[in-house]
Design a protein around this ligand. Structure first.
Ligand code: ZN
Ligand code: ZN
Length: 134
């Protein structure tokens, strides 16, 4: 096989990082993305991960999520959803459900017209809920 051109390598890194995010059960930290992508690309450096995350964000394929002061990334196009943060293992999951019954256009006292909402749920993930109490 001829030596890989830089563009080929960049495409593989981009595809791999995008794959990690589309198959994850929720948004991931940069450290988690790096560790998971390294399983297939052992030589992948953290600087490349940051550069690739910016590229994928610019392309609209992923977007950053701020959670508890940390920046995580998730694949775009998952529709309306919420995040569940496990207090025990620290993993964040995407829940395709909405516990808020608040129709668009709801007006609160004082004239505040609601057109969106954001919330994070906290508790124990299924794995942690099955463990004996810490
Ligand atoms: Zn957990
Ligand atoms: Zn909602």
């Amino acid at each position: 096989m001829p030596s890989a051109r830089p563009s080929t390598r960049t495409t593989r890194q981009r595809d791999e990082i995008h794959r990690v995010l589309t198959t994850a059960p929720g948004p991931l930290t940069v450290t988690e993305i790096h560790a998971q992508a390294q399983r297939d690309l052992p030589a992948l450096g953290i600087a490349t991960v940051y550069r690739t995350l910016k590229l994928l964000t610019d392309q609209g394929l992923i977007h950053p999520v701020m959670l508890d002061g940390e920046t995580l990334y998730e694949a775009s196009g998952r529709g309306h959803h919420h995040h569940f943060s496990c207090r025990r293992c620290g993993r964040v999951f995407t829940l395709q459900t909405c516990p808020v019954s608040l129709p668009r256009g709801t007006v609160f006292a004082g004239g505040f017209v609601v057109d969106a909402h954001e919330l994070t749920l906290y508790g124990l993930c299924p794995d942690c809920a099955a463990l004996p109490p810490a």
